[in-house]
Design a protein around this ligand. Structure first.
Ligand code: CAO
Length: 410
């Protein structure tokens, strides 16, 4: 079956997490993603956080599926010449080096748009134009500067980073959307364009509701927050839902570190919930009856429900609350996730084979297209496709390839 992005060639000059996650999704959607890596060492993550000596790390293999790897030294003249030729024959260039890294090798947007006018040049940086534009960034820096860290955690604890990689993988998803839009626009205009995403901006976009609350706060306390006192900025609010319906993580039996279920209380399920937890006596009680009455003592409301959840495992509670249509979710730890049957069945947790590490588990593709099925393939070894790509795309022959190898350009 054909794939959505069949025929689209992507030169993938990404490293670490933010860029590779974007190009991995392009590859899943059917683009030919050629990962260009420095000869000898490749993407730095190949050797970071290794669990098996001298074997590509899970950090690398889980972010670079379905790609081809071409080693190319872009700090050499022949290497730069090959990259120019490749870019003239490609649709998209994606990179997330530190500010100015590709410019220093001559690959500026101005030159690229002249040499390859149909090329979409997609770039992730830590920051947008302005005071910080030349600063490097990692995940947690973006979380710190995009509003996530100051609003995550408990009010009596320090700012806290979240486990979800909203700075890196969050930027990747934003960039994917922008690249796809630029490809569609190119169909009309015939021109490529410069596409940029800043990690700080992506995190801020994902923290949009916190700026909503910031403005509400200027008009008075935030009633749905568990906090009793407010300053001028939105406080950390523990596990509060952050939405229009209150929620909290409630303890479950037997009381282990992740024996919790997150429960949201919608107004129209309140009576059913009271019946389920054996507190029909509160039906009609004005102190408990309406959302407005409950909002002043949400701690007591959730303690009431928790006295029931503590008698059940998180999975029992999930089943029983779902029976009465209560939105809820058990807190799943990583063991729960890798063993979850439904995630395996839906292809979100998959096992792939690797010539050096053997089978490994990876996270599948969350995008499901009925006409563009995704088959997760292992990440490439360093330079595994160098010859194949240079022959196929640039038409190089044995002698030229041998020369480039001899010069350590590939
Ligand atoms: N051949 C030869 N050299 C290559 C190459 C190739 N194929 N590919 C890359 N390089 C070189 C670049 O030319 C650059 O060299 P110079 O600095 O000498 O010009 C270098 O490798 C990469 O530089 P860098 O600044 O990107 O690398 P770093 O490790 O110092 O910084 C990071 C890493 C992530 C902080 C920085 O890349 C960055 O801020 N990126 C943008 C934001 C981002 O994506 N961050 C997310 C990272 S995931 O947490």
């Amino acid at each position: 079956m054909s794939k959505a992005l069949e025929g689209i060639r992507v030169v993938d000059m990404t490293h670490v997490q933010a860029g590779p996650v974007c190009t991995q999704m392009l590859a899943w959607l059917g683009a030919d993603v050629i990962k260009v890596e420095p000869p000898g060492r490749g993407d730095v993550t190949r050797s970071q956080l290794r669990d098996i000596p001298d074997v590509d790390s899970l950090y690398f293999t889980m972010l670079n599926a379905n790609k081809r790897s071409l080693t190319l030294d872009i700090k050499s003249e022949p290497g730069r010449e090959i990259l120019w030729q490749l870019l003239r024959r490609s649709d998209v260039l994606v990179e997330n080096f530190g500010p100015g890294a590709l410019d220093r090798q001559g690959f500026t947007w101005e030159r690229l748009s002249e040499e390859a006018p149909r090329l979409i040049y997609a770039s992730i940086k830590g920051f947008g134009p302005g005071e910080y534009e030349n600063a490097k960034a990692y995940e947690t820096i973006a979380q710190a500067m995009g509003g996530a860290m100051s609003t995550t955690g408990y009010e009596d604890g320090p700012p806290t980073s979240t486990g979800a990689q909203i700075g890196d993988s969050g930027s990747a998803v934003h960039l994917l959307a922008a690249i796809l839009a630029a490809l569609i626009q190119r169909q009309r205009t015939g021109r490529g364009q410069l596409v940029q995403v800043a990690m700080q901006h992506s995190v801020l976009n994902l923290c949009r509701v916190k700026l909503r609350d910031h403005q509400r706060l200027q008009r008075g306390p935030l009633a749905e927050y568990p906090n009793k006192e407010f300053g001028h900025s939105v406080p950390r609010s523990g596990n509060a839902s952050g939405g229009g319906q209150p929620g909290w993580a409630l303890r479950c039996h037997p009381g282990g570190a992740n024996d919790f279920i997150y429960v949201i209380i919608q107004p129209h399920i309140w009576h059913r919930l009271l019946q389920k937890i054996g507190r029909e006596d509160l039906i009609g009680d004005p102190r408990w009856e309406t959302p407005e009455a409950r909002i002043g003592h949400l701690d007591e409301v959730f303690a009431l429900v928790e006295s029931w959840t503590m008698q059940h495992s998180k999975w029992e509670a999930f089943r029983e609350l779902n029976e009465i249509d209560v939105p809820c979710g058990p807190v799943l730890d990583t063991m729960d996730l890798v063993q979850d049957d439904s995630l395996r069945q839906s292809g979100m947790v998959v096992e792939v084979d690797h010539p050096e590490r053997g089978p490994y588990v990876t996270v599948g593709c969350p995008l499901r297209l009925s006409d563009s099925p995704v088959e997760i393939q292992r990440a490439p070894l360093l330079g595994e496709h160098s010859e194949e790509v240079l022959r196929e795309v640039l038409g190089l022959e044995d002698g030229e390839l041998a020369k480039l190898q001899g010069q350590r350009v590939i």
